[in-house]
Ligand binder design. Structure first.
Ligand code: TRP
Length: 363
């Protein structure tokens, strides 16, 4: 079953961008917290260390993760084992993992209110993955769109790990018997497969794994600054959460806008402009109305529009910058947080793995 949390802003027919919304949390609270047992639903999600945290990943996922900490028992995992399935730089990998962990903490994941850890620090993930691979359908794995896309993109490296990727993802989730998994729409097929794997396991070996629900945070996709597709590190069109205020403005000021606005007096369409689309993702409703009016009537110029966005981006990043400064003042802090996180995660994971092994006749 999927829970859709949508607060679409009306835009052009095929573009829907989500607002961060407190309704989201309230909705989930009523839907998923079983008041009678007073037990909080366990939430699990993972993020690949493919790069640091840029603004797109922050507003698309991590901002929600931070918000969920008060409502759920949350585990957030840097999935370094998943990251091995495509070409990557082994020598820079540790630094990337630590960098992402620092970014996540700066972005508001709080080790006092969630468990944050690195996948490879908890060996139970790989072990359960093997067990689950024996109840995973090869045909279903071959039909996964992410597999097909990645196999297409990396034809010289179609490895077994790439195919088994969703089984490892199922292990991540099922090890903690997570009740809900917040992901973007591109992951709903993997979540459906996770439920399928849980069902097959339970059917064959007895009830061990609950079927997790998908919390679809229909991604607030940020456009790239180049106006081409979404913000993504590999395209170099991102605002990074580490950018200084000067760097943010140095990126926004020259960014492309709707090509229809050649002169200050030419009206434009904010839906065809990365700056407009970013406003729709992060600015207040009043400001969105203002820039919609200003752009479509040529009431304001693109630079005015960018200045407002610049302020809002910096307002979003300022608390992240402050937390980062505090984190960086404590040399071993991130390492300690991850060690403690892995320990706490492992206590849960080991118990579930034991149950799975017993059910399978391995213990
Ligand atoms: N496949 C997810 C992605 O690309 C990352 C991921 C790995 C994940 N394990 C997970 C997400 C478990 C949610 C739950 O975004």
């Amino acid at each position: 079953m999927e829970i859709r949390t949508e607060t679409p802003i009306r835009m052009m027919a095929d573009t829907v961008i989500e607002l961060p919304t407190t309704e989201l949390v309230e909705y989930m609270q009523t839907e998923l917290v079983d008041a009678s047992s007073r037990q909080r639903t366990r939430v699990f999600s993972g993020i690949q260390p493919t790069g640091g945290l840029h603004l797109g990943r922050y507003v698309g996922a991590v901002e929600n993760w931070a918000r969920m900490q008060d409502t759920y028992d949350c585990l957030y995992c840097i999935v370094d084992l998943h990251g091995l399935t495509i070409d990557y730089d082994a020598r820079g990998y540790q630094a990337r993992i630590m960098g992402l962990a620092t970014d996540l903490l700066a972005a508001g994941l709080d080790p006092d209110r969630c468990i944050i850890f690195v996948q490879s620090h908890v060996p139970e993930h790989a072990e359960l993955q093997w067990l689950l691979s024996t109840v995973s359908s090869l045909g279903a794995l071959e039909r996964m769109t992410q597999y097909k896309d990645k196999a297409q993109q990396h034809q010289d490296n179609i490895n077994l790990g790439l195919l088994a990727y969703p089984v490892l993802q199922a292990a991540d989730i099922l090890l903690y018997k997570a009740g809900a998994v917040p992901v973007g729409e591109d992951q709903s097929q993997h979540l459906e497969l996770t439920r399928e794997i849980a069902r097959r396991f339970n059917h064959r070996f007895g009830e061990v794994f609950p079927e997790p629900q998908t919390i679809l945070t229909k991604a607030k996709r940020l456009p790239g600054l180049d106006g081409l597709g979404k913000m993504s590190a590999s395209k170099g069109n991102v605002i990074d959460v580490n950018d200084t205020a000067e760097e943010v403005w140095a990126k926004l000021r020259p960014a492309v806008t709707d090509p229809a606005r050649k002169r200050r007096t030419d009206p434009g369409n904010p839906n065809l402009c990365p700056i407009g689309l970013m406003h729709y993702a992060i600015s207040s409703p009043e400001q969105q109305e203002y820039i919609t009016w200003g752009c479509t009537t040529a009431g304001i110029g693109c630079i005015d529009c960018k200045k407002i966005l610049n302020e809002n981006v910096n307002a979003l990043l300022d608390p992240i910058r402050e937390r980062r400064a505090a984190i960086e003042a404590r040399p071993d802090y991130v390492r300690d947080v991850l060690r403690d996180g892995a320990e706490r995660a492992r206590a849960i994971a080991a118990q579930t793995l034991r149950e799975a092994k017993e059910a399978m006749g391995l213990a």
